[in-house]
Design a protein around this ligand. Structure first.
Ligand code: SF4
Ligand code: FES
Length: 259
């Protein structure tokens, strides 16, 4: 695919001494044009304190409106802009240019590569089909289940009991973990780390009464036992969740049948 020709990089303006010139190398795919994906380079003048998401916006708004990607909150909360940036899963809205570009004399020495996350069908450019991911999430019953005995006031919980699942409440369902998992790449049937993290959040909640049901679901041949403890998921999580530890705790609960 041809590199767009510009008189000056997008975003360049008189007196903008703080800007640097970087190349975004983006994996493009449009099934209406070709069944093959290809790389396309875009040169930008950008403040290195801006984020990869800002660079993608500049490209979309100033160079090529057909560039397709998901984002919503732009502040690390919605989880919609997980991408593979310089070969690693990250949120585009939480990744600063200065942290990933090697700059020399006001220019990036290498292109910043941006690709869709792996292991999921690419629909267009950086947008993948998230439906199998969300189906696995729904399959683990990610909501509080109780069996009658409605309390007359809120369900109480000690700070120690709350702390047992605090880490896994932080998940924003970005899929960075699941799409970095080699087991998930090799066969899309595995529930994947994100679904297990969200099962963990309720299995270890002292107010919930369906831990046994969730454990049985994850005892399936496509459940927790597929995990090979590669730690890719923990490394990929933009929320810093100890994903592998959560998976280990679910495995232990399955063996001991105690939560
Ligand atoms: S566990 Fe982390 S990486 Fe995985 S979906 Fe949740 S926030 Fe994203
Ligand atoms: S756009 Fe919402 S997490 Fe990045």
């Amino acid at each position: 695919m041809a590199t767009p020709t510009l008189d000056k990089p997008a975003g360049a303006e008189a007196g903008a001494d703080h800007l640097v010139t970087v190349t975004f190398r983006i994996r493009r795919f449009n099934p209406e044009v070709s069944d093959q994906a290809s790389w396309q380079d875009f040169e930008l003048a950008i403040d290195p304190k801006e984020r990869v998401l800002d660079g993608l916006h500049k490209i979309k708004w100033e160079i090529d409106g057909t560039l397709t990607f998901r984002r919503s909150c732009a502040h690390g909360v919605c989880g919609s802009d997980a991408m593979r940036i310089n070969g690693r899963n990250r949120l585009a809205c939480k990744t600063l240019i200065k942290d990933i570009a090697v700059l020399k004399d006001g220019r990036g020495t290498k292109p910043i590569t941006v690709e869709p996350i792996q292991g999921m069908t690419v629909l267009k450019d950086l947008v993948v089909d998230m439906e199998p991911f969300f189906q696995a999430y729904r399959d683990v019953l990610p909501f509080l289940i109780t069996e009658g005995n409605e309390p007359s006031r809120e369900r109480l919980q000690s700070p120690a009991d709350r702390a047992r699942f605090d880490d896994t409440t932080k998940c924003i369902l970005c899929a960075a973990c699941t799409s970095s998992c080699p087991i998930y790449w090799s066969d899309g049937q595995y529930f994947g780390p994100a679904a297990i993290v969200n099962a963990h959040r309720f299995i270890f909640d002292s107010r919930d009464e369906a831990a046994e049901r969730r454990l049985e679901i994850l005892n399936d041949r496509d459940g927790v036992w597929r995990c090979r403890t590669t730690f890719n998921c923990t490394d990929a999580c933009p929320r810093g969740i100890e994903v592998t530890k959560a998976i280990q705790e679910v495995k232990r609960a399955l063996v001991t049948r105690r939560v």
